[in-house]
Write a protein that binds this ligand. Structure first.
Ligand code: PRP
Length: 176
């Protein structure tokens, strides 16, 4: 029988808030006046995107794409699928992908390739967290929040079997 996993805090509310503010300042510096399209990858990025755009005081647009590569459980299935596509036209737009975590890199590498074919004027990636030790494919992160150790993370949008997305901090799970 599996025991309940233990949650250990990794990034506090204060650290997340400071990081979101810093990333918003960097994005404002580069995108003010360019009416960018921010594309959030569902589901994990919804909290981060919602907090981030409240700091961006210039015209922008938001869209979402739902991708999936993890089934139930903690290991990527390795094959990324578009579960729900974007509605906006991105040709000629300044596009910024908003992600909650880059782990193996398979999700973001897939999305960058998928969106590049639609000919945006520019295409960059912002991620709240990064686990570089897990990378399977190279990914360029243009706006990086917090670097995480090789642990399974939950909270602030991140889930384990759909649980824990609502936690305001980021935790790592440890099996007992
Ligand atoms: C998670 C996370 C990233 C992706 C990162 O999404 O939100 O999108 O995995 O992993 P990778 O770098 O190894 O590809 P998931 O597929 O679990 O869907 P979710 O966002 O709905 O939780």
């Amino acid at each position: 029988m599996n025991a309940e996993p233990e949650l250990h805090i990794l990034f506090t509310k204060k650290e997340i808030k400071a990081t979101v503010g810093r990333l918003a300042a960097e994005i404002s510096r580069d995108y003010r006046g360019k009416n960018p399209l921010l594309i959030g990858i569902l589901k994990g990025s919804f909290l981060f995107l919602a907090d981030l755009i409240r700091h961006l005081d210039f015209p922008l647009e938001v869209d979402f794409i739902r991708l999936s590569s993890y089934g139930k459980g903690k290991e990527t299935l390795g094959k990324v699928k578009v579960v729900q596509g974007i509605k906006s036209s991105i040709q000629g737009r300044e596009v910024l992908i908003i992600e909650d975590i880059v782990d193996t890199g398979l999700t973001t590498a897939f999305l960058i390739d998928y969106l590049r074919k639609k000919k945006p004027a520019s295409l960059k990636l912002c991620t709240l967290t990064d686990k570089p030790s897990r990378r399977q494919v190279p990914v360029t992160i243009d706006y990086l929040g917090l670097t995480a150790p090789n642990k399974f993370l939950v909270g602030y949008g991140l889930d384990c079997d759909e649980k824990f997305r609502n936690l305001p901090e980021v935790y790592y799970l440890e099996e007992n």
